[in-house]
Design a protein around this ligand. Sequence first.
Ligand SMILES: [Zn+2]
Length: 77
Amino acid sequence: MNCGAKTRAGTPCKKPSVVGKTRCRLHGGLSPSGEAHYNYKHGRYTKESKLLAIEVNARLKLLATVAIEFGMIENSD
Ligand SMILES: [Zn+2]
């Protein structure tokens, strides 16, 4: 698979990506990702935690709908 990063000329990079990565060695393919990255601190803002937050919010909304329906709480919208 090709790197595809935007070059200074504005065209996509045509170099092959590093094995197991999406970018070539010049465009961050050699840089460690996730917890292995040297800037990794606590994982509060990772792609995974953002997806989890979306799911949790969806469940809370459903729970609130049920709670309103049974008169346990009042509708705030
Ligand atoms: Zn590249």
